[in-house]
Write a protein that binds this ligand. Structure first.
Ligand code: SF4
Length: 347
């Protein structure tokens, strides 16, 4: 079964029995200016507070060397360099101090060159993700899921012959059924950890729907040790979606679980606007709490009673609930501060 084999990424362990890790990939070119790099490290800190465990950067060219070295040194979470086409860049990224590289051994050079990368990763204690996409496989007559799984197994075997076992595998396709089949097949034949994802999944709605459908099934079957929800959109949204998926499956407990009504014409409290104003703060709070934000008395008091904390409209007024008990009336203006203060004091 997948994941019994443990992999070390910086100080973080990946494998069965360890938390399933959420990843994202930085969506801009690496900044070079010092102030911008400091801002980037602060942004990674915020992503980490939202529940992101690993961040990946593309490394298309060694002019990013100093920037990647800076981020690898100062990031609060492990940094992964994504390498294509040039094994020298993989060696250079390892020299930058990254904790993991992501390569497709089929596209970064000859066997000798890949050997050099693997030996360097071994010497520096760096993990490798063997990242295979359905669009970039060696040729063969087998169905694509089998070709993906077999290719990954061959690469793992090759790396093991070099004494390297700190590998994670990803088998991604934009086709959900293909992703499911490839990962199930691999998991039935190997205990190396799997990084899950559906690639090129589109903007928020299609990406989250497709990824949740596929990854939810695999995780429920015990397959997968780390994941990325790829979205053509904000990386913060990728992290939020990944954390929410794990929380929905009962695989992660920390963080605020938000219960909010969609709002309708009956509302006396604007649950939509209020959630928008407070959501980014709620997402970075590391307490295991359920917070309800409700528009009116139809479902408000009921959800408020079931939540640790709640803000709900009732009649023409807005009320704060703590542990299911109505504690006070608040004005529209003070609702946000009242909720955040109550969260701060909550156990
Ligand atoms: Fe509408 Fe009230 Fe239900 Fe919110 S709780 S969706 S405002 S009926």
């Amino acid at each position: 079964m997948t994941g019994d084999h443990q992999v070390m990424i910086g100080n973080t362990l990946l494998g069965r029995g360890f938390p399933i890790l959420v990843q994202t990939m930085y969506d801009e070119a690496m900044p070079h200016d010092e102030a911008d790099l400091e801002a980037l490290v602060r942004r990674i800190g915020k992503l980490n507070a939202m529940g992101c465990d690993i961040i990946r950067f593309s490394y298309p060219d060694s002019s990013d060397h100093d920037a990647l070295a800076y981020v690898s040194k100062h990031s609060p979470i492990p940094v992964v360099a994504d390498i294509h086409f040039d094994y020298q860049l993989a060696l250079d990224a390892i020299a930058c101090g990254v904790q993991k590289i992501r390569i497709n051994p089929g596209n970064i050079g000859s066997r000798k060159k890949v050997d050099e990368v693997v030996r360097s990763a071994l010497d520096h204690g760096v993990a490798i993700r063997i990242g295979l996409n359905s669009g970039s496989l060696p040729r063969g007559n087998d169905p694509i899921p089998k070709l993906m799984s077999d290719t990954a197994l061959e690469y793992l075997d090759w790396f093991e012959q070099l004494g390297f076992t700190n590998s994670v595998v990803s088998l991604k396709a934009s086709d959900v059924d293909m992703t499911l089949a490839a990962n199930r097949l691999f998991a039935s034949q190997s205990d190396y950890p799997l990084h899950l994802g559906v690639t090129e999944a589109g903007s928020v709605v299609s990406a989250v729907t497709r990824s949740t459908w596929a990854l939810g099934q695999l995780l429920s079957e015990g397959i997968g040790n780390t994941l990325r929800i790829s979205i053509t959109g904000d990386i913060e949204t990728e992290v939020q979606a990944g954390v929410e998926l794990l929380r929905t499956l009962g695989l992660r407990r920390k963080g605020i679980r938000i219960v909010s009504c969609p709002r309708c014409g009956r509302h006396s409290f604007d649950s939509q606007g209020f959630l928008k104003s407070v959501e980014s703060e709620l997402l970075t709070i590391d307490k295991d709490l359920t917070v309800a934000i409700m528009g009116c008395q139809v479902n408000g008091p009921g959800e408020a009673k079931a939540a640790d904390l709640a803000i709900t409209g009732i009649g023409n007024s807005i009320f704060l609930y703590e542990k299911g008990i109505l504690v006070r009336k608040v004005s529209k203006e003070e609702a946000k501060d009242a909720l955040l203060e109550a969260i701060e004091h909550a156990e």
